[in-house]
Design a protein around this ligand. Structure first.
Ligand SMILES: Cc1cc2nc3c(=O)[nH]c(=O)nc-3n(C[C@H](O)[C@H](O)[C@H](O)COP(=O)(O)OP(=O)(O)OC[C@H]3O[C@@H](n4cnc5c(N)ncnc54)[C@H](O)[C@@H]3O)c2cc1C
Length: 278
């Protein structure tokens, strides 16, 4: 099936054109375009993307120059069209995108600094999240996103018995704290484990599998996160409703990696699509 009119944004972080990450980015672009997608790319090192939050992220005078608060100032600047030009350019790309793919090497169990900086500056207050518009009510609730990353560690190392620990725990801050927080429907991550340790044939197979997956990526169901209505406002902020906790009481596992209720983590819940589609 040819998809007409969908747009993908690939946010890409690797310095080298000879890298496996670059090959994954190229493969994604080609596979999506073949299916009729418009593909936008933010090649962060190539752009020399400024990854550092600062007062320069707003144009014009701050509202409170002697007590500058980044979130409050950028929120007002966003409303008034006074954010830095490079942030505005990235906002336009995100606004157009139905699907955002992050392609990167896992570094220190997370995003490379340049990509973390992109998230910090581009997923700005108002545009990407607000007090009333977070998680399942986030501004990007009609968009999908996925993390495609390579690791140095081989798969068993990133398991509950491995030295790096359970990959689901590593994924939770990025997939919940970043993507789900802004409302994205999060698709299962594409993880290319131990890319420098496997054979050339295995890497070629990884690229082929990625291209194949992308042919029908839009039809995939997202990973399950708890909806906002499962939480209630308390003096300590939003917490899980007692009735939701009680409904889980017979289950062996906690509901999610984060809302685990002190129980074993639901196995591979950050790796598998479980929820309903858009
Ligand atoms: C600061 C830092 C922190 C890190 N933290 C972690 C961590 O927390 N956890 C972890 O697991 N790892 C970590 N790593 C390792 C890192 O994740 C890996 O180095 C990275 O994932 C490798 O990806 P790459 O694209 O750079 O691979 P490359 O080394 O560029 O490529 C791997 C192999 O693929 C080959 N290749 C390139 N293109 C193709 C193609 N088209 N077809 C087939 N083969 C191809 C290359 O020639 C090479 O042999 C860290 C690394 C750094 C620098």
């Amino acid at each position: 099936m040819i998809i007409i009119g969908r747009t993908a944004l690939i946010v890409f972080a690797h310095q080298e054109r000879t890298s496996f990450n670059f090959a994954m980015k190229e493969a994604a672009q080609a596979a999506l375009e073949k299916k009729g997608w418009t593909v936008l790319v933010s090649d962060l090192y190539e752009m020399k993307f400024n990854a550092v939050m600062s007062r320069d992220d707003i144009r014009g005078e701050p509202k409170e120059p002697s007590d500058f608060k980044y979130v409050a100032e950028t929120l007002v600047a966003w409303k008034e069209g006074r954010l830095a030009k490079d942030i505005e350019e990235e906002h336009k790309k995100v606004a157009k995108a139905d699907l955002v793919i992050f392609q990167f090497p896992l570094q220190w169990f997370g995003l490379p600094a340049i990509m973390k900086g992109w998230v910090e500056r581009v997923f700005s207050a108002g545009f990407a999240h607000g007090l009333q518009t977070k998680y399942s009510e986030g501004p990007f609730k009609h968009k999908k996103a996925l993390l495609s990353f390579t690791t140095g560690g081989r798969k068993p190392m990133l398991s509950p018995r491995g030295i790096s620990g359970d990959i689901n725990v590593i994924l939770w801050p990025m997939q919940n704290g970043m993507l789900n927080c802004c409302g994205f429907k999060v698709l299962a991550p594409q993880i290319s484990y131990g890319v420098m340790h496997v054979t050339q044939e295995a890497r070629v197979e990884m690229l082929k599998n990625w291209e194949k997956r992308l042919e029908t990526i839009w039809d995939e169901k997202p990973i399950r996160f708890l909806p906002n209505q499962d939480f209630e406002n308390t003096t300590g902020g939003l917490v899980l409703k007692t009735e939701v906790e009680e409904a889980n009481s017979a289950d062996k596992y906690g509901p999610t990696v984060g809302q685990n209720l002190g129980k074993p983590l639901p196995p591979d819940s950050q790796l598998k699509s479980q929820g309903s589609g858009l």
